[in-house]
Structure formats: structure tokens, C-alpha cells
Write a protein that binds this ligand. Structure first.
Ligand code: AMP
Length: 128
């Protein structure tokens, strides 16, 4: 069982295909360790995804197995994209979905960067 409790990494997942250049993405920024691109179905005026370049299923997997340089490089890219997109003054939200309760759809670790309007409460009230 992999560390995240999710199935093993599937190299056919959509973000792996974007990273290999097999399908297009609207790229925002790229470093040695990570890639940022616009979400295909934006939920805010700014909705960017940031993914590490190497294969990690989830945050749990990334935190447990990525090198310190990858982890630092990843988070620095998240913050620098937010700055480049002029979100620092107004504010923004960074979110990751992990596993079943987190409603993670793509099994390659990523964070969502949202901004450009007031984002409301962090988690909608719901059942359970
Ligand atoms: P999550 O539920 O955190 O796994 O979110 C996956 C996100 O990937 C969703 O917001 C989708 O809209 C987004 N997505 C799926 N396919 C693509 C794609 N080809 N390019 C950009 N974003 C995508």
C-alpha cells in the first residue's frame, strides 16, 4: 500500500501526460521542480494548478518521499506564481485535495491556487 492510501501512481494520469507534453496546457510558470498551468475548468477568475514534475500520488506521498529541494522548490513556485499574478495584495487561497474525503480526482499531487475575487468560507457546509 502506498503511503497515501491511494492506488499506486498511474503514469497515464492527465497531469503526467501534460508533464510529458502529450497534451497541451496553458502554462503559467515552470522550474526545475514544478509546473504551473491554468485549470481547464476554472472556479475563480484565477485558478492555477501547480504540480511537481516527479511522480507523487498525493500530498502524503510528496511529503514522505520528495527531496527537501523539491519540496522547497514546489512551494516557492506556488508563492511566486501568486505574486506574478498580482494576488498578494488582494489575497488568495491554496488548496490540495487528498484521497476520497478530499475528493481528489487526479492522482498526481497538485495544489489549486485561487484568486481574483472574494473566495468565501473555506469549506462549504454540508452533510456529514
Ligand atoms: P482535484 O479534484 O484536486 O484532483 O482537481 C483536479 C483538477 O484538474 C480539476 O479542477 C480539473 O478541472 C483539472 N483538470 C482536469 N483536466 C485538466 C487539464 N487537461 N488541464 C488543466 N486542468 C485539468
Amino acid at each position: 500500500m502506498p503511503v497515501s492510501g491511494l492506488p499506486p501512481y498511474d503514469p497515464a494520469n492527465i497531469f503526467a501526460r501534460i508533464l510529458r507534453g502529450e497534451i497541451p496546457a496553458k502554462k503559467v510558470a515552470e522550474t526545475e521542480h514544478a509546473l504551473a498551468f491554468h485549470d481547464i475548468a476554472p472556479q475563480a477568475p484565477v485558478h492555477v494548478l501547480v504540480v511537481p514534475k516527479r511522480a507523487y500520488v498525493s500530498l502524503a506521498d510528496f511529503a514522505a518521499t520528495a527531496s527537501d529541494a523539491e519540496i522547497a522548490g514546489f512551494w516557492r513556485l506556488v508563492a511566486s506564481v501568486a505574486k506574478e499574478l498580482t494576488l498578494e495584495l488582494s489575497g488568495y487561497r491554496v488548496l490540495t485535495n487528498m484521497g476520497v474525503h478530499g475528493h481528489q480526482e487526479v492522482p498526481h499531487f497538485h495544489v489549486h491556487l485561487f484568486g481574483g475575487r472574494p473566495l468565501g468560507r473555506m469549506v462549504p457546509s454540508g452533510e456529514g
